[in-house]
Design a protein around this ligand. Sequence first.
Ligand SMILES: O=c1ccn([C@@H]2O[C@H](COP(=O)(O)O)[C@@H](O)[C@H]2O)c(=O)[nH]1
Length: 229
Amino acid sequence: MNKPIIALDFASKQQVEEFLAQFSEPLFVKVGMELYYQEGPELIRYIKSLGHEIFLDLKLHDIPNTVESAMRGLSKLGVDMVNVHAAGGLEMMKAAKRGLADSDTKLIAVTQLTSTSEKQMHEDQWIYVSLEESVLHYAKRAMQAGLDGVVCSVLEAQAIRDACGQEFLRVTPGIRPAAVSADDQKRIATPAQAREKGSSHIVVGRAITKADNPSESYSQIATEWSGHQ
Ligand SMILES: O=c1ccn([C@@H]2O[C@H](COP(=O)(O)O)[C@@H](O)[C@H]2O)c(=O)[nH]1
């Protein structure tokens, strides 16, 4: 079972240091826009030096040439996973993959953000199919482009596994243990539901980072996710 991915949604390296000091084991962490835009590649090198795996969640979405060049730069960081928006299209996703050609970094595509409801998708994007159909369409395009998987919610993970196979990654944020607030997330599920419904990875931020005891919260989530309760 893959480790839960902890979203390090912090504003500074100091906050990251204080947070990571509470853990004694190697972790799988996610660095997103908030942290990377403030601390940059140096922070990635620091986290790697501690022995943690890294998902660099920058969600690239631009013309193919720009994305390919950006990915070529990111490939030098030696992170474990990066991503693009599937809405950027097949050619953009293929370009992103070309940019990573000389690295082992896995490339996944965001389908529909877990903060998006079906109603919002209709109103904001004018995509008039069901949310699951839209996510499945993006997943199939990502597979066609040669990507390693997608970011989706737990609610679509099983359908993607059925359509794209077990090896195609289903990385699922929007994870909320029972009784934890949904915040801005719309398509949420518990760690146990993620396991039952076919997620390959779960991404957890505030339920751990804002907990009174983050390492205890992490252990409880990891236990529920693994099914060894
Ligand atoms: O569809 C998506 C894609 C990325 N995210 C990111 O995951 C974490 C979730 O944080 P929580 O505090 O557990 O809600 C956050 O970094 C998002 O940028 C996502 O939520 N949904």
